[in-house]
Design a protein around this ligand. Structure first.
Ligand SMILES: NC(=O)c1ccc[n+]([C@@H]2O[C@H](COP(=O)([O-])OP(=O)(O)OC[C@H]3O[C@@H](n4cnc5c(N)ncnc54)[C@H](OP(=O)(O)O)[C@@H]3O)[C@@H](O)[C@H]2O)c1
Length: 276
C-alpha cells in the first residue's frame, strides 16, 4: 500500500485537507449530484469540490447530510463566482452558498478566478468570512504567480491553496515551486485533462507495465507530486477506478517520463485572458 485517498495534508493554517477528492463541475443538480456524491463518500472520497457556478451546491449538501460519514470527516470546498466578486458581493455570495449547502461551516472557500480590479476586494471579504469562523480555510483558483504576489503584498491572511488547471501536458512547475515556497498547497483541476491524454505512448506504456488504467497513472502522478487531484465522474465504475491508486508506486524514472510530457498546453481558459 502507498497511502490512502483519505490521507491528509496540513494546510499552513493547521487545517487538514484530504490529498484526493471529487470534482462536481457539470454534474447535474438534484438526483445526479446527490447520487454521485453519495457514491463517492461510500467509496472513501472525503473531499468534495463544488462552486456556486456549478449550480449543484444543494445536491452536494443533501448528499453530505444524508451520509453516514460524519460531517467533520468530510471536506467541502465551494467558490465565489466572477460576477459576485468585490467586497460586499462576496459576503452575500458566501451566505447564498452556505445556505444552499445547508452546512454550518464550509471547509474551504475559493476565489474562482482572478477578476481584474476586483480580486483584492474579494480577498478582503474572504478574510472577513474566515474570521467569522464559517469557513475553515480560504484560498484562490486560477491565480498566476503575479496574482499571488499581489495578494501576498496586500493580505492579512495568506491563501492556503491555489486550484489550477494541471495535468501532464500542463505541469505548472514554476507556479508549483512558487506556491511551495509560500506554503500554498496546489490542487489540480481537470487532473486527467478530461481524457485528452489517454493514448499517449508514455502514459499507456506505464499503465500496461503496472496493470493500471491511464487515469490511475495520471492521478498517482499528481499525488506523488504532492498535488491534490479532484477528478470528476458521474459513473460508479470510474469513481472506483479513479480512487484505486494506492496499491502501486511510480518510480522516479516513471515520474520523470510523465514530467517530460509538459508542453504548457491549456485546455481551459488562460487566467490572464479569460472573458467570463
Ligand atoms: N477552479 C476552476 O476553474 C475549475 C475548472 C474546471 C474544473 N474544476 C474542478 O475540477 C474538477 C475536475 O475537472 P474536470 O471535470 O474539468 O476534468 P477531469 O476530472 O480531468 O475529467 C472529467 C472527465 O473525464 C471523464 N472521466 C472521469 N474519470 C474517467 C476515467 N477513469 N476514464 C475515462 N474518463 C473518465 C468524465 O466523464 P464521466 O463523468 O462521464 O465519467 C469527465 O468527462 C471539476 O469537476 C471541478 O470540481 C475547477
Amino acid at each position: 500500500m502507498s497511502g490512502s485517498i483519505m490521507d491528509k495534508v496540513t494546510l499552513h493554517n493547521g487545517v487538514m485537507m484530504p490529498v484526493f477528492g471529487l470534482g462536481v463541475y457539470k454534474v447535474e443538480e438534484g438526483e445526479e449530484t446527490e447520487k454521485t456524491v453519495s457514491s463517492a463518500l461510500q467509496l472513501g472520497y472525503r473531499l468534495i469540490d463544488t462552486a456556486a457556478f456549478y449550480d449543484n451546491e444543494e445536491g452536494v449538501g443533501k448528499a453530505i447530510r444524508s451520509s453516514s460519514v460524519p460531517r467533520e470527516d468530510i471536506f467541502v470546498t465551494t467558490k465565489v463566482w466572477n460576477s459576485d466578486q468585490g467586497y460586499e458581493n462576496t459576503l452575500k455570495a458566501f451566505d447564498r452558498s452556505i445556505n444552499k449547502l445547508g452546512v454550518e461551516y464550509v471547509d474551504l472557500y475559493l476565489v474562482h478566478w482572478p477578476v481584474k480590479g476586483k480580486y483584492l476586494d474579494t480577498w478582503r471579504a474572504m478574510e472577513e468570512i474566515y474570521r467569522s469562523g464559517r469557513v475553515r480555510a480560504i484560498g484562490v483558483s486560477n491565480f498566476q504567480v503575479h496574482h499571488l504576489q499581489d495578494i501576498l503584498n496586500h493580505c492579512e491572511e495568506k491563501p492556503v491553496i491555489n486550484q489550477v488547471e494541471l495535468h501532464p501536458a500542463l505541469s505548472q512547475e514554476e507556479l508549483r515551486a512558487f506556491c511551495t515556497s509560500h506554503e500554498i498547497a496546489v490542487e489540480a483541476w481537470s487532473p486527467i485533462a478530461r481524457g485528452r491524454l489517454f493514448g499517449d505512448p508514455i502514459i499507456a506504456s506505464i499503465a500496461k507495465d503496472k496493470g493500471k488504467s491511464e487515469a490511475q497513472i495520471i492521478l498517482r502522478w499528481h499525488v506523488q507530486n504532492g498535488v491534490i487531484p479532484i477528478p470528476k465522474s458521474v459513473h460508479l465504475e470510474r469513481l472506483k477506478e479513479n480512487s484505486d491508486i494506492c496499491d502501486f508506486v511510480l518510480t522516479a524514472k516513471e515520474m520523470e517520463n510523465i514530467n517530460s510530457l509538459n508542453r504548457d498546453e491549456r485546455f481551459g481558459a488562460h487566467p490572464d485572458h479569460f472573458d467570463f
